[in-house]
Design a protein around this ligand. Sequence first.
Ligand code: HAM
Length: 426
Amino acid sequence: MIKAIRGTRDLLPPDTALWNFVESIARQVFREYNFQEIRTPIFEATELFARGVGEDTDIVSKEMYTFEDRSRAESEKGQSLTLRPENTAGVVRAYIEHKMWERPGVQKLFYIGPQFRRERPQKGRYRQFYQIGAEVIGPTTAGSESPARDAEVLEMLATLLDRLGIQGWTLQLNSVGCSEDRPVYLEALREALKPVVGQMCFDCQRRAETNPLRVLDCKVPEDQPIIEKLPRMKDYLNESCREHFQQVQDILKAAGVPYVLNDRLVRGLDYYTRTAFEFTHGALGAQNAILGGGRYDGLSEAIGGPKAPGIGFAIGEDRLVLSLEESAEAVVSKPDAYIAPLGPGMNAEAVKLARELRQNSVIIEVGDETFRLKKSLETASKIGACFAIILGENEAKSNAFALKNLATGQQETVPRAELAGRIRKI
Ligand code: HAM
């Protein structure tokens, strides 16, 4: 038997109703905050992620699905392509390619779609997973660098999670500095690590070489007392980064968005500057980040574009669905009525009636003229229809139908013209 690939999964009904529920609320919130949708390709040039996300990140160094595309001519080398592991780099590429800075104001863009990372699969971690994300990007003159942008994005996320009925989330906030103050901090961190790194876990020893900031992310219990004593970015922020971070917090306080400061929050992508954040949820276990994001003021330049500061986030939709209180049963739309055609020639009548009712926004499921009435009524109940409409030769002729309420068992004869109104009343 051919099965779905490890780390990928089929989303089946009724669960897909939950996914649609989440996406429709997200779209509604994006509309209220004046975000517009962008759709970028699922695969991009490998170089985009190497330069955008960073060669030394886990994502680029070991998790990408990369392949060589066949060349068009024998003599040409194929191009290296990668299934997108995230979508910020793609959006910024599109911003540059289409000179979107020529449009008025800052660009407020959202996307919903699959991403691919070759991680070890476990609950809440998949190789094909889905993100709902957004980016705010533009020239500095349009206000893209302002702490008000950061605060608006964070406040929107709090609104979205509340709107979805997700309780018990925590916004973890940090500032990871900028291209000016971070090198100074990294130097201090490297120095502090030198005498102690030998006592740390293997991953930390590797990270100390390649990406020392990630040492702060280590979860190994034995390493924690050492990490606690390492220098922190907050003590190295320059005046403007410190002021920026303070203003983000002041606006969040004014808007009533709760947050906790976490000076060990460093994120797994290299493009972040200043504000970095995650929303976590207790019920998710080890993979507890429902979403992550931050500011990326140098990303556009890193991939060949003009200065275009930005901030954004991506929600792990798989994890968001896992943390919903709502059950799939509660949001799935059940049929309002099941039409039971009885006897030869009644399939055509059933289609006609179904068409009329559906045009009146009634959700209809249709049986088959070969079914006995008992079978039709049983099926109607099993699929959760509220009513059964019995359609035999007499009913078709008289244009009045037996309407059976499947919850109460009550049956009445209803003229064709009143049918939709009567069904929708329930
Ligand atoms: P990220 O933190 O790598 O950030 O991913 C965002 C979210 O995607 C995570 O918090 C998690 O919920 C979900 N996620 C990541 N990997 C997996 C996986 N293997 N399985 C299931 N869910 C996963 C980014 O991707 C950035 N592009 C976010 C961003 C946008 N920053 C600025 N703008």
